[in-house]
Design a protein around this ligand. Structure first.
Ligand SMILES: [Zn+2]
Length: 463
């Protein structure tokens, strides 16, 4: 078995891993790289291998930094199956269509502003549709065959609805011992609302491919996060400001809605409207309702009693762009949650352009902001930023509330690696900025785990 790491190596986006066994080649994830425009363009356009030589894709979850290049892969000639859990298949279908819409409208907007240097969208609706047609749903916890001697198993990752870790097993002969590699995908946290906890593989694994987004950090306790959230939003409400929250449409948005709902119900926050401005959100919320098999007991109980973990009286979802534009006229106090989570594309850009110049407003960062993204520049205190090629002054407050994250922190990652210690021969640390990956690798090594390394992009490792 041969593992090659093609993306999300010493960086946090663009997950793309290759596994070769029994003469077949598979990918685990095929995600968009997010960062500075020119580099993102270069990394997202082509592949370092021939997509026609890939026999299948195993998709861990529907976030675009894991699934967002599937349309490009299919357009370049990939014609195999894309296996995912049933919930990931449904989420990925709406999210890939939405991603194509964003690619097309961002390119159109850019081209209107810069007619002398026009760009092509990365992909179009038809490419997304072709990728959606290759998605095949597989339940958690059931082995499925990829080819003779190669099979895979999805285990809950506890990160977002449908998220999975992928266990790949290869048998080279009837008598030979199987070799197994576990890809964690994005690993969630224990004891957060709605989702189940991450699972441990039911059999020993030879190699572990671990994410390390928060490999050098600890999350605050749940109640500390709630207090920080209440204080930041409460101060903005007193100023009658508008709170703009960039958030992924899936995962963090649902979690944030859940916390705001509780804070308003408990009178910690004044009654204020919360708008989730995303054409996706209604679809995504419906898909959550369809997949109660992914929920923990608390959320299932809530649903059975007729409750709604994803809505409350002061919450509105907007779908059309006219509804979105109408938000520009709204005065605070008001919370607008919109994608994308790192402010790289989508409706959030229009809200930032509208709200950044007013000192009463608050940009609330609740997710990881990768280097080179607009979100990171705001987080680092930029006094002006470029949006759609225009300079926008930043007078709004910018605050970060950590702990709303859907990722395990350093302790969670370490515990997960330790739970696979028996039989383990190698740990490849990926999906983190270099410092975070190296820090986690050092700690895992110090903990006595064998063969821990941060792999090099493009290099093949024999297992
Ligand atoms: Zn994710």
């Amino acid at each position: 078995m041969k593992l090659t790491f093609r993306g999300a190596v010493r960086t946090v986006t663009g997950s793309l891993h290759e596994v070769e066994a029994q003469g077949r080649r598979y990918l685990v994830d095929c995600g968009l790289y997010q960062g500075r425009r020119a580099e993102a363009r270069r990394r997202n356009e082509g592949f370092a291998f021939d997509p026609r030589s890939i026999d299948g894709v195993l998709l861990t979850h529907a976030h675009m930094d894991h699934a967002g290049r599937l349309p490009t892969l299919v357009r370049a000639g990939f014609d195999g199956p894309i296996w995912a859990t049933a919930a990931t298949r449904d989420l990925a279908a709406v999210m890939l269509r939405d991603s194509a819409r964003i690619q097309e409208s961002d390119a159109a907007y850019w081209n209107r502003k810069h007619p002398d240097e026009p760009i092509e969208p990365l992909y179009r609706a038809a490419d997304a549709e072709a990728a959606v047609g290759r998605l095949a749903g597989v339940p958690y916890g059931r082995w499925f065959d990829l080819a003779g001697g190669v099979r895979a198993l999805f285990l809950d990752a506890g990160h977002i609805l449908g998220s999975a870790q992928v266990l790949v097993e290869v048998r080279s002969g009837a008598l030979a011992a199987p070799r197994r590699v576990l890809y964690t995908g994005d690993l969630g946290r224990r004891d957060v609302p709605i989702l189940r906890d991450p699972e441990t593989a039911p059999v020993p694994v030879d190699a572990l491919v671990m994410e390390s987004t928060y490999g050098d950090r600890l999350h605050p306790r749940g109640e500390d996060m709630q207090r920080a959230l209440a204080e930041a939003v409460g101060r903005a409400a007193e100023r009658r400001g508008v709170v703009v929250v960039p958030a992924f449409s899936v995962g963090r948005t649902q979690r944030l809605v859940y916390h705001l709902h509780r804070l308003i119900d408990d009178h910690v926050l004044p009654p204020m409207d919360v708008v989730v401005d995303s054409p996706l959100s209604t679809d995504v919320t419906e898909i959550h309702r369809l997949h109660s098999e992914c929920f923990d007991e608390e959320a299932r109980g809530w649903l059975e009693r007729g409750g709604d973990p994803f809505g409350f009286a002061r919450l509105r979802y907007t779908r059309t762009s006219d509804e979105s534009k109408a938000l520009n006229a709204r005065q605070g106090p008001l919370v607008i949650i919109s994608a994308s989570g790192m402010c790289e594309s989508g409706r959030i850009l229009h809200h930032l352009r509208q709200r950044l110049p007013d000192g009463r407003n608050l940009v609330l960062l609740v997710g990881y902001q990768a280097a080179g993204t607009l979100g990171r520049r705001l987080q680092e205190g930029a006094s002006e930023v470029r949006i759609f090629g225009e300079t926008v002054g930043v007078r709004a407050q910018v605050e970060t509330v950590s702990g709303v994250s859907a990722h395990a922190d350093r302790l969670g990652l370490e515990a997960h690696a330790r739970s696979h210690r028996s039989g383990l021969g190698a740990v490849y640390v990926v999906h983190g900025e270099e410092d975070a990956s190296l820090a986690l690798a050092r700690r895992l090594s110090a903990d006595g785990l064998p063969g821990v390394m941060v792999p090099e992009e493009g290099r093949a490792y024999e297992l």
